[in-house]
Design a protein around this ligand. Structure first.
Ligand SMILES: [Zn+2]
Length: 338
């Protein structure tokens, strides 16, 4: 049985899963030729890269003098991500992580620089600090992960990072500061001028996809990066070791939805950019999953029976390999507190 473990996930599995998933065709048009990541323009001064084999979706937002990067993909991709972000929007001044998972934080290693403010939820920082071996494993697997026929510039950046491997420490990945959150620990901040000319708002609504999810709003552009609270056209990834809760996940998404206008652009953790409808779809999936599993529990089926089932709301989605994992996690959640 292929059961992804947390270790796999922090390492390489998502890219492997993605390459097998159904949605790999919908890559956006490249902004310019010759970039490693397929960048597309989301608004004035805001770019996104969405690619099923390159980890979580990343936003670059230009401020008056330099830019913010949201999430950092896998370790071996970090240096190239930093260079391409700077080419788009000037020197990187700040990096935010939406949560600790390795396909959103591996590239942090390339942003460990006193000139860059690095921030995440306090619980994300703690988990990132503990994941050093997983990040090193990502680095060692990077050649395979970055794909064949690598551009010489990308290869050189990876080689330079690999030369430093023995000297890298957990600090090289761990964001230096706690992201500002509301006093209660849940909800949203006021608008904050993170960089001159760039206002953001941060949200955390309790445990959902993980215990450290953070949504990042770009106020001027009316864009939200949901992190992995939203998977678009994909089965959502459930990580029992990170405090996942389907009910909390729904609560979080409903809070995000409340803040979305008709025009808000929604950047999910994985899958194509959309609008508030992709959040509604994610809520509907999670609600349907809870209802379906609860019904089967009531009918007396075992966990093993239920985990092999499927229902119409699950059809046609990518990341098929994590489908039964979602069912099992919801089973455990319901069995633990009916
Ligand atoms: Zn995640």
């Amino acid at each position: 049985m292929l059961t992804p473990t947390r270790r796999d996930f922090l390492g390489l599995s998502l890219a492997a899963l993605a390459s097998l998933s159904g949605f790999a065709r919908a890559a956006p048009a490249r902004l310019r030729a010759g970039t490693y990541f397929p960048w597309s323009t989301l608004a004035d001064n805001v770019w996104v890269t969405v690619s099923p084999t390159q980890g979580g979706n990343v936003i670059v937002a230009k401020a008056r003098d330099g830019c913010l990067v949201i999430d950092s993909k896998f370790a071996g991709m970090g240096p190239t991500l930093r260079r391409e972000a700077a080419d788009l929007a000037g020197p990187v001044r700040a990096l935010l992580n939406t949560h600790h998972h390795g396909d959103h934080t591996g590239g942090n290693v390339a942003f460990a620089d006193p000139n860059i403010d690095t921030l995440a939820h306090p619980k994300a920082r703690a988990r990132i600090r503990e994941a050093h071996q997983q990040y090193l494993a990502q680095l060692r697997g990077a050649m395979r992960q970055l794909g064949p026929d690598l551009d010489p510039a990308v290869q050189a950046e990876l080689d330079a990072l690999l030369l430093r491997e023995d000297r890298l420490t957990p600090q090289d990945w761990t964001p230096r500061k706690d992201a500002p959150l509301p006093d209660s620990g849940r909800g949203e901040t006021d608008d904050l001028e993170l960089l001159p000319g760039l206002n953001i708002r941060l949200g955390h609504y309790g445990p959902g996809h993980t215990d450290n999810d953070m949504t990042v709003w770009l106020c001027e552009a009316d864009i939200v990066h949901t992190g992995d609270l939203c998977f678009h056209n994909l089965h959502p990834f459930f990580d029992a070791s990170a405090g996942v809760t389907a009910r909390g996940w729904i609560t979080s998404l409903k809070a995000v939805l409340q803040r979305c206008t008709r025009d808000t652009k929604v950047v999910p953790g994985h899958g194509p950019v959309g609008d508030r409808a992709i959040i509604e779809k994610q809520i509907a999936y999670l609600e349907a999953l809870i209802e379906a599993v609860a019904k089967e529990i009531r009918s007396g089926k075992t966990k093993e029976d239920i985990s092999a089932m499927s229902w119409p709301f699950m059809e046609g989605l990518g990341f098929e390999q994590v489908r039964s994992r979602a069912i099992n996690a919801v089973y455990d959640e319901l069995a633990g507190s009916p």
